[in-house]
Design a protein around this ligand. Sequence first.
Ligand SMILES: NC(=O)c1ccc[n+]([C@@H]2O[C@H](COP(=O)([O-])OP(=O)(O)OC[C@H]3O[C@@H](n4cnc5c(N)ncnc54)[C@H](OP(=O)(O)O)[C@@H]3O)[C@@H](O)[C@H]2O)c1
Length: 269
Amino acid sequence: MNNSKIAFIGAGNMANSLIHGLINKGVPQSNITACDIDQEKVQALVDTCGIHTASMIDAAKSADVLVLAVKPQVMEAVCTELRKVLSESGCLLISIAAGVPLHSLEAWLGSAQSIVRCMPNTPALVSEGATGLFANANTSDAQAKLAEAVLSAVGICSWLENEAQIDMVTALSGSGPAYYFLLMEAMEQAAITMGLPAEMARQFTIQTALGAAKLAASSDVPPDELRRRVTSPGGTTEAAIKSFESDAFRSIVERAIGAAQKRSIELAN
Ligand SMILES: NC(=O)c1ccc[n+]([C@@H]2O[C@H](COP(=O)([O-])OP(=O)(O)OC[C@H]3O[C@@H](n4cnc5c(N)ncnc54)[C@H](OP(=O)(O)O)[C@@H]3O)[C@@H](O)[C@H]2O)c1
């Protein structure tokens, strides 16, 4: 990856985190180019990271891999503008746009274009992302490895067996950070209602989430076993878990994730 030319169309949140992650992984700044309609955003990246900027067409011409990091609603216009230059350059296109299926990308770019469609999530902004990837049939093994290396710069990556799994990953990890934020909101509010000072309720909620995630990530036992280990019979944790279970906590979560998957399918259609 370090010798590949990587270009970004769109220099917003996701491009920023990916570019910082790539530089941290040792990709030379001189191999990274970004462009954006907002020149100030690109200039900030050039100033802080030492990368190049170029017009969209020039960036695409010299790239081995082109990351489309614009909002889904502008993807068609951007792809249509890039179609000719991409058909001549043979570079890999990575799309991180939510809800834009491969068949749309192929219709806009031509059916010979190699494309990897990804679903990253916002913790990529702090290098703790989780990304599902799916490649179209034109993508070579070397291009697939390149896409994986780019997205691995900001967290973990997994290849999906089929494109439909993108909707499942969207429902699990794409939307998932908000589920944890909701639980944090509810825990913080419950602590305040019990009488803890608001600032302490917030800090202890966040630290507990961070601590639990770190324990789960560093442990070789699954979360259910970790939960059992901290749930003494007749103790306080057991009282809370019994209350969650009697309120059908698992069904609530299953229905919510199912609703997100359904919405992801609707949006792609
Ligand atoms: N953020 C996430 O957590 C997340 C997670 C998964 C997937 N994604 C996907 O990642 C993509 C980027 O998201 P983001 O949060 O990074 O968005 P963002 O911060 O809005 O960045 C997109 C940038 O692209 C610029 N832009 C718009 N049209 C352009 C054009 N024709 N040429 C060049 N640049 C153009 C936008 O400028 P203006 O602001 O001036 O329009 C903006 O600076 C989206 O498709 C989203 O679905 C994001």
